[in-house]
Design a protein around this ligand. Structure first.
Ligand code: HDD
Length: 725
């Protein structure tokens, strides 16, 4: 069958991989050679004077092997060093020709290849995944008109308004320059010192303290382009746009105690989760959303669209979902692809353009600049993962690592000797939007950027009670690690301007006194600006900001632990396991040792993990099947009891059937109706704890348990702090 153009475009990008006959086993049947292609005699002993003698400089294979090894590392990214990537494709749902002339947004049948890299910001390349931090969400679209890089985060605003402050905020959050501590953590004096002196960071700080900063999975977090960009259509009409990514699995987070523990037990938690999901065909999916603002409505809002510390509440401008991103292929080689990918925010295609956001403008300089050092010169775009599928023709030829062999003597423009080629495309090329500008050159911040608290308050007001509690606890944790009292005091002042109760709760958690007038007497210039703008479009609350209000579409890819020892009820285990698997969940049998457990029915069940390797923190839910011997054995063990206590403390769904209910009764989980006296066949489902004893039919239990897992976390457990974890 003939391939059509679109297939060819996708293939074109994958060509290094898909058309490589050696890919499955790239070295099968080949000999070891030097980099020059000379076959190597042996790679186990260096060339010596006698078997016990010194190694000879003459051994070119030895020297080449060691030299190559010595130079294997390139500088890690100055920020976002820790990351994980995946290939995929993007498809628009319907033509967006009314909004933009970008070709990849015109035809729903076109699959545009993409590479996405998720990251944390502060930690170095080997740091843990689950630290409290912003997550990067960077997407390279390999469109037929050239590469478009949407380099976003999972938080829609930023710490600073002008990119000239970027080195400062990053220096403040990175480990201290004298001690190189702490790694991948914002809970230290220098970060909060900076923040306490930068009121503009207050909105972002609320997000940073929220559950958004500890996502459950890259697959379960939103993405945002942050800045206001422009979309320009074929008629040259420009509209403002904010880009969003909406995960189809909903938005879910960890709890802080869990995140801290995972950092030790599985520092690759998010990387593994992404890799495994793709390997098993559970492809992560996100919808691209657009918030469109007509040019003449830009001034209608109570904030400046050019200020990256502000969102446009979805209640004011709805997010139109226009297409879908699917991640369906893991990289073949981490270094070659994930490490060497070079995102540059200036990579846009015709139909997508910039605004005058001063944060964006700093980025327009910084990304290309950083790649020059990181990837060793200006030819980094020739590295396969960075290569556009669009044809590249220009007179830029030399520099480190030129991989092409340009022909001919003409490398200048205009020329007649090369027939004038390559020719500038004029109006058919990228034409910058001709925005009108007329103002003096000044080093100033616009007055319209002056309100630093209203949207921090909006965020706080829009949270559910459990989310507010988490923010308070996070603030207490972070500031509790700040040794300088004056910094803590300044932060309480700022928090008071966000919300007086919030400030009081944090102050109480820190054993500090928040002064009585907090939040009522504290008015400042920022509030004056807010008041001036209050007649403009704004909202008091934005339900879309609360994770509680995001869709909960089932239990696909959730990880569920099944605790079992010899004597487990095979009937119960198998029935529940099969039902969970049918909904797309992943189940693991956990026992004292690897191997198998004998079932009450005389059969055997394979153990997936022993309890020394895993723990409740690596699971979304736990199930305890019945079987007297199994449960009696577990009642005497610390690990299964701890598993249940910790799951409860972390608000996770817990299910038990038959004698399994007694293991819950033996734990510290109280206040839910799971006592040993539970009537036969009667289902109990409270606060995410679902149990049944002596049921002839497990279906009602399974339905209730799946519903509990779908909710992800159960916050309505007032007694949870008393349960050890
Ligand atoms: Fe940045 C990397 C996202 C502001 C300078 N940034 C980087 C990455 C992401 C972001 C996701 C990692 C890309 C990858 O996976 O390789 N950055 C953002 C967002 C910002 C932002 C959403 C605010 C809206 N960044 C920002 C500013 C500057 C930079 C204001 C400088 C003035 N960012 C960089 C950089 C990095 C980078 C130094 C480091 C490594 C790299 O670019 O490739 O150029």
């Amino acid at each position: 069958m003939m391939k059509n153009d679109k297939d060819v475009r996708v293939d074109e990008h994958s060509k290094n991989r898909d058309l490589d006959p050696q890919r499955e086993n790239p070295t099968a049947g080949t000999y070891l050679t030097t980099d020059q292609g000379i076959r190597v005699e042996s790679t186990d002993n260096s060339l010596k004077v006698g078997a016990r003698g010194p190694t000879l400089l003459e051994d070119f294979h030895f020297r080449e092997k060691l030299t190559r090894f010595d130079h294997e590392r390139i500088p890690e990214r100055v920020v976002h060093a820790r990351g994980s990537g995946a290939h995929g494709y993007f498809q628009v749902y319907e033509s967006l020709a009314d909004l933009t002339k970008a070709k990849f947004l015109q035809d729903p049948s076109v699959k545009t290849p993409v590479f996405v890299r998720f990251s944390t910001v502060a930690g170095s390349r080997g740091s843990a995944d689950t630290v409290r931090d912003v997550r990067g969400f960077a997407t390279k679209f390999y469109t037929e008109e050239g590469n478009f890089d949407l380099v976003g985060n999972n938080i829609p605003v930023f710490f600073i308004q002008d990119g000239i402050k970027f080195p400062d905020v990053i220096h403040a959050v990175k480990p201290d320059p004298d001690s190189e501590m702490p790694q991948a953590s914002s809970a230290h004096d220098t970060f909060w010192d900076f923040i306490s002196l930068m009121p503009e960071s207050m909105h972002m700080i609320m997000w940073h303290l929220s559950d958004r900063a500890i996502p459950r999975s890259f697959r379960m977090m939103e993405g945002f382009g942050v800045h206001t960009f422009r979309l320009v259509n074929a008629e040259g009409k420009s509209r403002f746009v904010k880009f969003h990514w909406k995960p189809l699995l909903g938005v879910h987070s960890l709890v802080w105690d869990e995140a801290l523990k995972i950092a030790g037990k599985d520092p690759d938690f998010h990387r593994r989760d992404l890799w495994k999901a793709i390997e098993t065909g559970a492809y992560p999916e996100y919808e691209l959303g657009l918030q469109i603002v007509e040019e003449d409505q830009a001034d209608d809002f109570a904030f400046d669209l050019l200020d990256s510390t502000k969102i446009i509440p979805e209640e004011l401008v709805p997010v139109r979902r226009v297409g879908k991103l699917t991640l369906n292929r893991n990289p073949d080689n981490f270094f070659a692809e994930t490490e060497q990918i070079a995102f540059c925010i200036q990579n846009v295609v015709p139909g997508i353009d910039f605004t005058d956001d001063p944060l964006l403008h700093a980025r327009l300089f910084s990304y290309l600049d950083t790649q020059l050092t990181r990837l060793g010169g200006p030819n980094f775009v020739q590295i396969p993962i960075n290569r556009p599928v669009a044809r590249v023709d220009n007179n830029q030829q030399d520099g480190f690592h030129q991989h092409r062999i340009p022909r001919g003597r003409v490398n200048y423009s205009p020329n007649s000797l090369g027939g004038g080629c390559p020719m500038a495309a004029g109006a058919a090329g990228f034409v910058h939007y001709p925005a009108q500008l007329n103002a003096p050159k000044v080093r100033l911040r616009s007055e319209s950027f002056g309100d630093h608290y209203s949207q921090a308050t909006l965020f706080w007001e829009s949270m559910s009670m459990p989310e507010k509690e988490h923010i308070v606890k996070a603030a207490v944790f972070e500031l509790g690690k700040v040794a300088t009292k004056a910094i803590r005091e300044r932060m309480i002042e700022h928090f008071g301007r966000v919300d007086a109760d919030f400030a009081r709760m944090v102050a109480a958690g820190l054993g500090m006194h928040a002064h009585a007038g907090l939040g009522t007497t504290v008015k400042n210039a920022a509030h004056a600006v807010a008041q001036k703008l209050s007649a403009k479009r704004s909202v008091e609350k934005s339900p879309a900001l609360s994770q509680e209000n995001t869709p909960k579409p089932g239990i696909r890819t959730r990880r569920i632990a099944i605790l079992a020892e010899n004597g487990v009820s095979e009937a119960e285990l198998s029935a529940v396991r099969a039902a969970l698997a049918a909904e797309g969940a992943e189940t693991h049998v956990i026992s004292t040792t690897l191997g198998t457990v004998k079932t009450a029915e005389g059969g055997q069940v394979e153990v997936d993990f022993s309890s020394i390797h895993v723990g409740s923190i690596l699971y979304d839910a736990v199930y305890v099947p019945g079987g007297t011997a199994s449960v009696e054995a577990m009642k005497k063990m610390g690990d299964p009891i701890h598993f249940l206590n910790e799951s409860y403390r972390h608000h996770k769904p817990i299910g038990a059937t038959g004698e399994g209910v007694e293991l819950i009764a033996a734990s510290q989980i109280k206040g839910v109706t799971v006592a040993g006296a539970q009537a036969a066949g009667k289902l109990f489902s409270e606060k995410g704890v679902v149990t049944v004893r002596g049921a002839s039919d497990l279906k009602p239990f399974i339905t209730a348990f799946i519903e509990a897992i779908t909710q992800h976390r159960h916050w309505d457990r007032p007694e949870y702090p008393a349960v050890p974890a």
